[in-house]
Design a protein around this ligand. Structure first.
Ligand code: DC
Length: 217
């Protein structure tokens, strides 16, 4: 059986930072599931759709092609959209778009297909509960709201994304609520997932702790 490492946690908990590092060191294919929802959101924006246009968004989500390369770049219909999907506009609408049940079904199918026959590390909100509930390695990463907002604010500044700390905090708070109250695929901490509070940990500490478990057998 192929190796599956499943990671869930709220925005800014460290998943997106530690996952590519572990992927490289453990020779696992990295599948960023949040990026798949971000691609749907970007496609919706480009088609001048709003979150109310559910039917059109569902249809769009079944038609677009999404791919990752080995460096972690994200391609929507063949175009590199790695930076654009992290921008303010996409970030503001991605959570409600990811709440549309039929969009989730399309993305979960796609994510499972991407993992077929490969050793993968996959991070998101419903990986340990819906996408791969039987994964042999399950983690739930967490951190305080303020720390998560501080991290995301810093990342945005480095990428030239113009959002104030207050805007980032408010956006994360809204997304937390949305992500935890979805009809399907809501963010939940399961008993069998290893819980790691990263608030006071360095990136390397989190990576080492997880790798010890993944490579410990
Ligand atoms: O991890 P991220 O910030 O790139 O995720 C973007 C949005 O997609 C986030 O609001 C939650 C949603 N998401 C989801 O519903 N299920 C996943 N497996 C991953 C992300």
């Amino acid at each position: 059986m192929n190796k599956i490492v499943a990671i869930d946690g709220p925005a800014g908990s460290g998943k997106g930072t530690v996952t590519p590092i572990i992927a490289k060191r453990c020779h696992l294919v990295n599948i960023d599931t949040g990026a798949t929802y971000r691609c749907v959101a970007l496609a919706a924006l480009r088609n001048h759709l709003t979150v109310e246009d559910e039917e059109e968004i569902i249809e769009l989500s079944s038609k677009i092609t999404i791919a990752f390369d080995e460096e972690g770049k994200v391609y929507l219909n063949g175009e590199d959209v790695s930076s654009e999907i992290r921008g303010k506009e996409v970030t503001q609408i991605v959570s409600p778009i990811s709440s549309i049940v039929a969009v989730r079904k399309n993305m979960v199918d796609l994510q499972r297909k991407m993992a077929e026959g490969k050793d993968v590390i996959m991070e998101g909100r419903d990986i340990t509960t819906v996408v791969f509930p039987n994964a042999p390695y399950k983690f739930y990463l967490d951190a305080s709201l303020e720390e998560r907002a501080r991290r995301r604010y810093k990342q945005n500044q480095e990428k030239g994304i113009d959002m104030s700390y207050e805007e980032v905090l408010e956006n994360i708070q809204k997304r937390d609520y949305n992500d935890m109250h979805k009809e399907v695929g809501s963010l939940k901490r399961t008993e069998d997932a290893i819980y790691i509070d990263t608030t006071h940990m360095t990136i390397e500490e989190v990576v080492e702790k997880m790798m010890k478990i993944i490579e410990g057998d």
